[in-house]
Ligand binder design. Structure first.
Ligand SMILES: [Zn+2]
Length: 380
């Protein structure tokens, strides 16, 4: 979902669309122009049907945006940050980095989208009724279609399974009545996983039994729903614990270091008896400089080993992540690479290296979180 093109900033919120939106718009325009409009208002020119169909699909896209703006504006009103809105193949998504602090806020944010769709749908239907008789029937039919499509969208989104809005509503209600946020997340995600299976099966039946291509879309939505719900189930406990963890709690304290002033030759003899592939490099007074890997040592030609110092070839910040014992783990998580030399976070306290966080430390923390336990600072 990264290949998006910008669509402006309504109410100061960044809106982008994924290219797959064009596919949906083309399909909807075709549905309107080729079957729905000619069947309801026969005898017009193909150009008229296509103009109305294209206009209908553009307005439909705008009403998807209204749905997402419903979520985004209520979230912002309640003090939550809103990153951006993205429209794509299966609708829209509003990215909010923070989780709602209370069940009340979670409920309000979740319900705002379907409510916006409900009002939009009712608005289109109302417009079709009150418009004067002089309006061409093809416009009226398009308005009625937009009205019903938005109502269906509202109802569909209220199905009780995460990540659908109805799942978030269910989550907020369970959270409110049990006081247990994590259990509420699990209930909503399980429900979403079942719902996904049901929808995907219904879509498959529609395609195989009735030969209807529309079933493919239902299958896609069901598959995506189940996939996302299962991912949420797996990540739920870990995500909650992760947000609270500070580097100081999970770091390996007093790690084996590479003295920066050593020559490569001098350090190779020491590293040969070590157990690691990457080493934090420090100056004589313990100040961290970067990270050196065995691979980087191996790239130094034999002849240069006695004249090259370790700190000349080490990977330095910002290629290496750096933090303090109080830095939250999520702040550096995306910066821990797999390649030796970029796989250590240097934890610095008062200008001196206090420890390192390795992929092993992070994996241990995640696995403990999955087991329901929290990582503690290892005993020295
Ligand atoms: Zn929504």
């Amino acid at each position: 979902m990264h290949a998006t093109f910008p669509l402006g900033r309504p109410a100061g919120i960044r809106v982008g669309a994924h290219w797959s939106v064009l596919l949906i718009m083309a399909l909807l325009a075709e549905l309107l122009a080729q079957s729905l409009l000619p069947e309801s208002v026969p005898g017009l020119s193909p150009v008229t049907y296509w103009v109305a169909g294209a206009a209908g699909s553009v307005v439909f896209l705008a009403s998807l945006l209204v749905h997402e703006l419903g979520h985004a504006l209520v979230a912002r009103h309640r003090g939550l940050a809103v990153d951006r809105i993205t429209l794509w193949l299966l609708g829209g998504s509003t990215e909010m980095p923070d989780e709602p602090p209370s069940p009340g806020t979670a409920f309000a944010v979740a319900v705002a989208g379907p409510l916006a769709s409900l009002l939009t749908g009712a608005g289109f239907l109302g417009l079709a009724v009150v418009l004067p008789v002089a309006v061409p029937p093809v416009v009226e039919v398009t308005l009625v279609w937009l009205g019903w499509t938005n109502l269906v969208l509202a109802v569909f989104n209220l199905l009780p399974g995460a990540p659908l809005d109805g799942g978030r509503v269910l989550q907020a209600v369970v959270w409110k009545f049990t006081g247990d946020k994590r259990r509420a997340q699990t209930v909503a995600a399980r429900s979403g996983s079942v719902l996904g299976l049901v929808l995907a099966s219904a879509g498959l039946v529609e395609v195989l039994w009735f030969g209807s291509i529309a079933g493919l879309w239902l299958f896609g939505i069901g598959w995506f729903l189940g996939f996302t719900a299962r991912a949420e189930l797996a990540a739920g406990p870990a995500r909650e614990v992760l947000g609270r963890i500070r580097l100081g709690e999970i770091m390996t304290p007093d790690p084996v270091t590479a003295p920066g002033w050593f020559t490569v030759q001098g350090f190779v003899e020491q590293a040969a008896s070590g157990r690691y592939r990457s080493y934090p490099v420090v100056t004589f007074d313990g100040h961290p400089v970067g990270v050196v890997s065995l691979a980087a040592l191996a790239r130094v030609p034999d002849a240069a080993r006695t004249s090259t110092r370790v700190e000349d070839i080490c990977t330095r910040p910002p290629s290496v992540a750096i933090g303090s014992p109080g830095t939250p783990l999520p702040a550096v998580l995306g910066r821990i690479g797999n390649r030796p030399g970029q796989d250590l976070v240097l934890v610095v306290e008062n200008g001196v290296l206090a420890g390192v966080v390795s992929p092993g430390d992070v994996a241990r923390t995640l696995e403990l979180a999955a087991l329901g336990a929290e990582a503690h600072r290892p005993a020295r």
